[in-house]
Design a protein around this ligand. Structure first.
Ligand SMILES: Cc1cc2nc3c(=O)[nH]c(=O)nc-3n(C[C@H](O)[C@H](O)[C@H](O)COP(=O)(O)O)c2cc1C
Length: 224
């Protein structure tokens, strides 16, 4: 995984977002679709970091005020973690929903021509349009959790579409992710760079088997 390849500036991302919105429009007008089958591997190179991830240090922060949990989840795992975090701290939830939701065929990373594979191979395709990036009462939130699945070692890019267009000034931002085996890696730092604002803490990675108690224990350790 070449992390540098995934490092793009907020300006580059927004440019790509514009180009991709235009492409989306063209594609929807012409009814384009494509699929063929080949294979590739996703998580193998990331497995080594999983052991470190499970023991990643929790961050400590003392914050009062309103808390929001923003999440993107393609298959429900991150959604479950987001819900537990929200229940634990009494936070509001905001789901990041792509305008063109990912089907299971879209998510088939073993198919080199699937939607996610094409987006992974071409950064210009990653700026997916979202149903909404506007959170009611955004300015009132002091603390924002940002949750996403790991895709090829980085944050699933629909979350980038949210982060790039929101102003995190004055907010404490806490990333969390779910994955099969990868650690959170640089995913939080890359989102922080894209946002350009906010005070971003080290995040935490969870797996499908993380218990509500594990999640609550991490959240309570943040001393929000
Ligand atoms: C396109 C794609 C790429 C993935 N890449 C990785 C990866 O690099 N490392 C990993 O451990 N898991 C990877 N996964 C697995 C997901 O991170 C994991 O299943 C996650 O918990 C799914 O969250 P969700 O149910 O909220 O979408 C990938 C899954 C998909 C669909």
């Amino acid at each position: 995984m070449n992390k540098l390849k995934n490092k793009i500036s907020r300006r580059q991302f927004l440019q790509a977002a514009g180009a991709s919105a235009a492409a989306l429009l063209l594609a929807s007008c012409s009814g384009n679709s494509a699929s063929s089958v080949s294979s590739s591997s996703v998580a193998s190179s990331e497995a080594a970091s999983s052991a470190a991830a499970s023991s990643e240090a929790t961050s400590t922060v003392t914050t009062t005020g309103k808390t929001l949990v923003v999440y993107f989840s393609a298959t429900g795992t991150t959604q479950g973690v987001a819900q537990t975090i929200a229940d634990t701290v009494g936070a509001d939830l905001f789901e990041v929903v792509p305008s063109d939701p990912y089907t299971s065929d879209d998510l088939n990373w073993t198919n080199n021509d699937s939607r996610v594979s094409r987006e992974h191979n071409d950064e210009g395709l990653r700026a997916v349009a979202l149903e909404s990036t506007d959170v009611d009462g955004w300015d009132d939130y002091d603390t924002v959790f940002i949750g996403y699945p790991i895709w090829w070692g980085i944050a699933a890019w629909p979350m980038s579409s949210f982060v790039a267009v929101n102003d995190f000034t004055g907010k404490t931002v806490i990333p969390f992710c779910t994955s099969t085996s990868s650690g959170i890696g640089q995913s939080g730092e890359l989102l922080a760079e894209l946002a350009g604002t906010g005070s971003w803490l080290d995040g935490q990675r969870f797996s499908r088997s993380s218990s509500e108690a594990d999640i609550a224990s991490w959240v309570n350790g943040l001393n929000l």
